[in-house]
Design a protein around this ligand. Structure first.
Ligand SMILES: [Fe+2]
Ligand SMILES: [Fe+2]
Length: 261
C-alpha cells in the first residue's frame, strides 16, 4: 500500500523544530506517531517516551522565550529560568521510569509540536498564554487523571513521578497567570495579542493533530489544581463546560483513537 500524501505544515504558524540527535525519529503529525492498543506494556513505554520528549520541548520553549524577550521583567525571566530547570528534571524523571521498564531513548516516533507552535508566536503574553496557560493547564488536568490511574493500578514509581510533576506544573501556570494579569493591567491592548496567539495556536494544533489526535486531547478539568494555579472560579467553570462539550461530541471513531493512545 502506498504512503498517504502529507501536506507540509504551514511555516507561518509552525516554527522550525528543535535539533535532535540521530536516536530520535521526529514526525510532524499525530497520525504518524505509534498508535498502540491501550493498557499494554508497549503502550505504556510509548506514553513514557512521548512524555519525556514533551518535557524536553518544554525546556526548549521556555529557553527560547527567555532568549527572545530579553527586556521582559526580571520576575518573569526568573520564573522562566526556573521552569527550564523543572522541565529538565521532569524529562530525566520520565527517562528513568522509561528505562526501568526496558524502554530506551528514541524507541518510538516523537512530535515537537508544542515547541513549534509556541515559538511561532511573536509576543511574550501570547507565548505565556499558549504554553503555560493552555498547554500546561491542560497538562495539569491530564496529570491528575494519571495520578488516579496510577493509584488504582498500584504503580508506585509513576504515582510519585506524577505527584512531583503536578506540583511544578501548577507553579508554571500560576506564574504565567500572574505575569499575564500584570501585562494586561499595564496595557489592555495585550488582550488582543492573547486572542491572536490563541487563534493561531488553535489552527496550528488542528493541523498537527487532525481528528485522530484532538479526540483524546481533553480531560476532566481539575478544579482544585487550577484554583491553585491562579484560575478564577468562572474560568474553571468555562474550561469545564468546554471539556464537557468536546467529550460529548466524540463519536465512536474518536473513542477508538483515544483508546489507542
Ligand atoms: Fe513539565
Ligand atoms: Fe511545566
Amino acid at each position: 500500500m502506498s504512503e498517504p500524501v502529507r501536506t507540509a505544515l504551514s511555516p507561518r504558524i509552525h516554527a522550525p523544530p528543535p535539533a535532535r540527535d540521530p536516536r530520535f525519529h521526529v514526525v510532524e503529525r499525530w497520525v504518524d506517531c505509534a498508535a498502540l492498543p491501550a493498557g499494554t506494556p508497549a503502550s505504556e513505554l510509548e506514553f513514557l517516551h512521548r512524555q519525556m520528549h514533551e518535557e524536553l520541548t518544554a525546556v526548549e520553549s521556555s529557553a527560547r522565550t527567555l532568549a527572545d524577550f530579553p527586556d521582559a521583567d526580571w520576575q518573569v525571566r526568573l520564573d522562566l529560568a526556573r521552569q527550564c530547570s523543572d522541565e529538565a528534571r521532569h524529562a530525566r524523571m520520565f527517562r528513568r521510569v522509561l528505562e526501568r521498564r526496558g524502554g530506551k531513548v528514541g524507541q518510538s516516533p516523537v512530535l515537537s509540536f508544542q515547541y513549534r507552535i509556541i515559538v511561532a508566536i511573536d509576543t511574550l503574553i501570547g507565548r505565556l498564554t499558549v504554553q503555560n496557560r493552555s498547554f500546561e493547564a491542560g497538562g495539569i488536568d491530564a496529570i491528575e487523571d494519571g495520578i488516579a490511574d496510577a493509584r488504582r493500578r498500584g504503580v508506585q514509581d509513576l504515582l510519585e513521578l506524577l505527584d512531583a510533576q503536578l506540583a511544578d506544573e501548577v507553579v508554571h501556570v500560576r506564574f504565567a497567570n500572574a505575569a499575564i494579569a500584570d501585562l494586561k493591567s499595564r496595557d489592555p491592548a495585550h488582550l488582543l495579542s492573547m486572542g491572536t496567539a490563541l487563534t493561531q495556536a488553535g489552527k496550528a494544533f488542528r493541523e498537527v493533530m487532525g481528528d485522530e489526535g484532538t479526540a483524546g486531547a481533553h480531560h476532566r478539568v481539575s478544579g482544585e489544581a487550577r484554583r491553585e494555579a491562579g484560575f478564577s472560579a468562572e474560568e474553571i467553570r468555562a474550561a469545564d463546560q468546554l471539556a464537557e462539550r468536546l467529550v460529548s461530541q466524540r463519536g465512536p471513531e474518536s473513542e477508538k483513537a483515544r483508546d489507542a493512545r
